[in-house]
Design a protein around this ligand. Structure first.
Ligand code: PA5
Length: 475
């Protein structure tokens, strides 16, 4: 794609409706912004100084720049996969799945798998990120395993969900006489983890991509985790990385007034300190619907932390909520407008949709309907987006808008990097470890104990000795 005309494709942030100029005493004053400028500059410095540090899990910052060879190799592999296979299935969960699904939904036809082979021009695509047996069976009902390339994505190779899927698929393939390395690609840690052990047992025959040491799952969409599935779909991954690099450039300064990610982080930080503990992301685009899922993980897992770097109990974080414009105007906006003052709403607005859809004239004698004829669906969705933001502002509700000129690889790369940087800055403002996830680990260990994994006997005994559930509280 042509992303040379970068300025026209620039993603911008409009936060007028966060400010007291629009919201009166419900908004943020310039003085409040100035009061955190020093802290914001320090958060910016922290991220700038530690860029690319594997030991801090900040390797993600460099992904737009340091993958030329990997990208070339991925494109070659993707070409082969596209020619050889009828289906491409990602087996992964969390950071290993939400990125690939998000990019698929954003950049491919919304009914991609239902298109004719000719129109689709690539393998059917599925991402399995659950262990619901019904869903697994549903997948098996629609694919032909021997004609499927499975991309097992797991940094640890120890995630029960992903490895369960792997075991089931490997067994099916073996029973069909398939040599596993012919149909399976691993994306995993370079040296550690169980996928490497499996590969070793096959004499290193599996095609493997590396999930770099210093890149955590939720920050991994722009490494092979996301790049391989995207390339198999025919997505221009170089343009996506170029978009990320462009956003990095747009965020090169430590001032709120010139750094969109820092501005977003500061807005979230100020409002969370005021007790606004719900963070809604509401794209006005079906293509961007799943960016909200990806963002929710990024935000929740990064910022929901019990303690800060100084050991203080902070129980930091705000609750991310996904919402879709205009659909959720009819389900949630009533609450956003009149419910508690506990939310910040981030809209994502699209300047130009990929398709224009004129609204036919008709029903002229019914004024409620007739006025629509002659407009377009793009005009309608954009008007509803503007009107909702305006109505919220009039009701004193904090909201800001991320403007995306059009949805393509270059702007998606910008959006992802914007959200990643915003999360990193917010974590630095909160003085917490943005990159660990101790809360998730505890749940994983409890599952291991329940399923009798060796080494978790102590945990199992502890769970067994917990007070018995009281029937009194079961209805
Ligand atoms: O963001 C994260 O770190 C997690 O969501 C992981 O990606 C998820 O738990 C899967 O882990 P793994 O890649 O080790 O299978």
């Amino acid at each position: 794609m042509n992303y040379k005309n970068r300025e026209e494709l620039r993603v911008t942030v409009d936060y007028n409706y966060m400010m007291s100029k629009s919201l009166g005493d419900k908004g943020i004053s310039d003085a409040e912004l100035s009061a955190v400028a020093d802290k914001a500059a320090k958060a910016y410095d922290y991220v700038a100084k530690n860029r690319g540090r594997d030991d801090l899990f900040m390797g993600w910052t460099e992904l737009p720049y340091n993958q030329d060879e990997i990208v070339a190799d991925i494109i070659k592999t993707a070409d082969k996969v596209r020619k050889k296979f009828k289906y491409f299935v990602v087996l992964g969960i969390g950071g290993s799945a939400l990125g690939p699904i998000m990019a698929f939904n954003a950049l491919k036809h919304l009914h991609y798998n239902e298109l004719s082979d000719e129109k689709r021009n690539g393998p059917k695509f599925y991402v399995e990120d659950n262990v619901d047996p019904v869903r697994m069976q549903a997948l098996l009902d629609v694919i032909e395993p021997e004609k499927t390339c499975f991309n097992v994505i797991s940094k640890s190779g120890a995630t029960s969900e992903t490895m369960t899927q792997y075991l089931i698929i490997a067994d099916i393939l073996k029973k069909k006489g398939v040599n596993l390395p012919d149909n399976i690609i691993f994306t995993t840690d370079a040296n550690r983890g169980n996928l490497i052990k499996i590969d070793n047992s096959y004499g290193g025959k599996f095609k493997k991509y590396v999930l770099p040491d210093g890149v955590g799952g939720r920050f991994s969409e722009m490494c092979p985790v996301g790049l391989l599935p995207a390339a198999v779909l025919g997505i221009d991954i170089k343009a996506m990385l170029a978009g990320a690099a462009y956003m990095d450039e747009l965020c090169a300064k430590g001032e709120i007034s010139s750094n969109p990610a820092l501005a977003c982080a500061v807005l979230q930080y100020i409002t969370m300190n005021q007790g606004k503990n719900i963070n809604v992301l509401m794209p006005y685009s079906d293509n961007l619907k799943l960016i909200a899922d990806w963002y929710c993980q990024l935000w929740a897992e990064s910022l929901g932390k019990a303690v800060d770097y100084d050991g203080n109990t902070v129980n930091a974080g705000t609750t991310p909520v996904k919402s879709l414009g205009v659909t959720d105007q009819h389900s949630q906006v009533q609450l956003y407008t009149e419910g508690p003052y506990d939310k910040v709403i981030t809209f994502i607005s699209v300047g130009k949709y990929a398709t224009e859809m004129p609204i036919a004239h008709g029903c002229e004698d019914i004024p409620d309907v007739g006025f629509l004829g002659g407009h377009t669906m793009q005009e309608l969705i954009q008007a509803e987006n503007k009107a909702t933001a305006y109505a919220l502002m009039r009701a004193g509700r904090l909201n800001y808008t991320i403007n995306v000129p059009e949805i393509n690889e270059f702007t998606l790369g910008q959006l992802m990097y914007l959200f990643e940087l915003q999360t990193a800055y917010t974590g630095a403002l909160l003085n917490i470890d943005t990159y660990n996830q101790p809360g998730v680990e505890n749940g994983k260990k409890a599952t291991f104990a329940l399923l009798g994994k060796k080494g978790y006997e102590g945990q199992k005994a502890e769970m067994d000795s917990a007070p018995a559930l009281d029937k009194k509280y079961t209805v």
